[in-house]
Design a protein around this ligand. Structure first.
Ligand SMILES: [Zn+2]
Ligand SMILES: [Zn+2]
Length: 407
């Protein structure tokens, strides 16, 4: 027998170009309440929150209304918003209002995506919503990067300067590889069958790495933990340094982790803060890869993304380094990642993200010291003794063509 049903209803309208008006209703067998919220699109902040009771139980309930204003200033895409609402509105006002507010905020996130999509469609009329989402959040693996993109709405055109593409030739790039000593390792590769999206076996990847003169390769298959003995066997079999890492899909994008033996496949998409804790426990190292993949595809000015905003993305607080040279993104996206890394004072790595043999070594990471095993590599990463390099393009005769390294 059904004891009660609880229903929440949210409707959202655009009050003016920069404001959404949200009306939420919650109704169950005991309580009936409504909320009216205004959200500013340019910074996704709650600018007004009010409520009313239709039905309630105790004389305490009406007092809750005066505490709803605590939520003014909360940002729809801020980290831990749900917990924050529960801790503030849930405790000071009432948990029913907290539940309803969370529902309203979640709905706003969806609406913001739809608005962004509609704006992109002005330039790209054929773009479906799914294509739009996969452009913002590639691999369509559910990583939810869109919520960190804030809207500039109609103010973009006059105030926003487009991102400038800087020619960034790192010092190390002008010096021949061998003359620098140390080791050059491609830290980001995918092999089949460990990564179903790859078309190259680990043996072929390793042989190609050896052929083009890399000093080592790191197998970083998606959400896949390589057995350390298998990796050692590969090193012996090919007479070439093979290491392992894991590219893990989190709620805030893809992370390369080293030194972590956790198999997360059963968990599905993991929360970044959870992963950070695991990596710390394991004394490992974590790098965000292709942090802006797809972001610049549609024209950055439409997204309202600028360096300052990009640097504030919460994910950067959780990582040890940023992949600033990735073989599968545009030069502009790499360049932007590089500027963010510089701005935040984080180290940058390079990796090809190869899914075919011909892509391995496009970009790689130079370590200043020699590395013989995984432990060494993590140690060198932690000491910051590395830099990203464009490797394949300087090995003339080997490189035929590639999409991004056209400098
Ligand atoms: Zn990835
Ligand atoms: Zn990858």
């Amino acid at each position: 027998m059904l004891k009660f049903s609880r229903n929440k209803l949210v409707s959202i309208a655009r009050k003016d170009p920069d404001t959404l008006r949200i009306h939420g209703v919650l109704d169950d067998d005991l309580y009936g309440l409504e909320m009216e919220i205004l959200v500013r699109l340019s910074d996704l902040k709650l600018i007004s929150v009010s409520g009313k009771w239709n039905r309630w139980t105790t004389p305490e309930c009406p007092k809750a209304l005066s505490f709803l204003g605590i939520a003014v200033g909360f940002c729809i895409d801020e980290e831990g918003l749900e917990q924050k609402i529960q801790k503030t509105i849930g405790r000071r006002a009432c948990r029913h209002f907290a539940t309803l507010l969370i529902e309203c905020c979640d709905s706003v996130k969806e609406v913001v995506r739809i608005i962004q999509w509609e704006e992109f469609r002005i330039k790209h009329p054929g773009l479906t919503f799914e294509e739009f989402l996969s452009g913002l959040s590639p691999d369509s693996s559910g990583s939810d990067t869109t919520r960190h993109v804030s809207m500039e709405s109609d103010r973009i055109q006059d105030s926003q300067e487009p991102i400038q593409v800087l020619e960034r030739i790192r010092e190390v790039d002008s010096v021949p590889d061998r003359a620098l000593g140390g080791m050059v390792i491609d830290l980001h590769t995918h092999s089949y069958p460990a990564s179903s999206c790859s078309s190259v076996s680990e043996d072929q990847l390793i042989e190609e790495s050896k052929r083009i003169g890399l000093d080592g390769i790191c197998l970083t298959d998606h959400n896949y933990v390589w057995n350390p003995d298998r990796v050692k066997n590969l090193t012996q079999k090919h007479g070439f340094l093979v290491l392992r890492g894991n590219e893990i899909t989190t709620d805030q994008g893809h992370m390369l982790v080293f030194g972590l033996d956790l198999d997360i496949r059963e968990k599905g998409i993991i929360k970044l803060d959870e992963l950070r804790r695991e990596v710390k426990k394991a004394d490992g190292y974590m790098i965000v890869v292709h942090p802006f993949r797809g972001f610049l595809t549609f024209g950055v000015e439409r997204l309202g993304l600028n360096l300052e905003k990009a640097m504030k993305r919460p994910l950067f607080k959780y990582v040890d380094a940023i992949e600033v040279m990735n073989g599968k993104v545009t030069r502009e996206e790499n360049d932007f990642a590089s500027r963010v890394a510089d701005g935040l004072g984080l180290s940058g790595i390079g990796g090809s993200d190869a899914h075919k043999a011909s892509e391995v070594g496009l970009y790689a990471t130079r370590f200043q010291n020699s590395i013989v095993d995984e432990k060494d590599m993590i140690e060198m990463l932690k000491r910051g003794k590395f830099s990203p390099v464009a490797f394949r393009k300087r090995n003339k005769g080997i490189l035929k063509k590639n999409r991004t390294a056209t400098t």
